[in-house]
Design a protein around this ligand. Sequence first.
Ligand SMILES: N[C@@H](CCC(=O)N[C@@H](CS)C(=O)NCC(=O)O)C(=O)O
Length: 276
Amino acid sequence: METKSENRCFGGVQGVYAHASRATGTEMTFGLFLPEEAESGPVPLLWFLSGLTCTHENAMTKAGAQAFAAEHGIALCFPDTSPRGDGVADDDAFDLGQGAGFYLDATEQPWAKHYRMRDYVTDELPALLAGHFAIDTGRQSITGHSMGGHGALTLAMTLPGRFRSVSAFSPICHPSESDWGRKQFTAYLGDDRARWAEHDATRLMRDRGLDAPLLIDTGSADQFADLLKTESLAEAIAARRQPATLRVQKGYDHSYFFVSSFIPDHLDFHAEALWA
Ligand SMILES: N[C@@H](CCC(=O)N[C@@H](CS)C(=O)NCC(=O)O)C(=O)O
């Protein structure tokens, strides 16, 4: 593993690291914030999965999460959103291919060789973190923005017991019925919609539900609201009687100004579960 940078941050360290990934067959870069407490022993971990067009860097530099993670003694991991490189399949559209991995393992060509972001985020990267840093992988929670919110919700619902709490900012809620989903699932997973079900938060909520506390924030002025389909997930939550807090924040859009406005609430929410 290569250290790209390490900077003192709110008493802890914000690092950026790169490594050869078994899952994607590429070099992968991730950001990791370790609070000061990690100097004396393993600390809980909050994953932040980012959205379309993002690298490991967007949330790391724009969400403002480190101050609150430091307050609570929690580590933050910011993975990349897809494999990257000249030999990696891509598309001209910003919402398919590099920067748009959708946190799934592709089965279709030309994507199947490298697009294995579910395996990467849920298996390879946690093991790597546990082996190299003072992280307690027995205490993990997950959040994300947009496509990353989709990732947080779908990974948590398909890995019961893994995450102590789950939250999302402006998540893509029903990708099977959205232009942020149908095109990508067809490309990555093929035409059989039955295989899309475990990558669709609304369908998972209807079929399985979530075994952890859930907090979702979305903006009333989100420019992508029609693509997110929050109303479908809200209906599934209500139909299931799933304990959850879903807030539509007045006047906020899809940007990181929205994320950074509510990140303190999300860190408080996760800290309560991680330190219980
Ligand atoms: N570029 C796209 C939008 C992409 C976009 O808004 N991406 C969000 C996540 S879905 C993001 O976090 N962008 C990076 C940033 O704001 O730093 C468009 O103009 O339609």
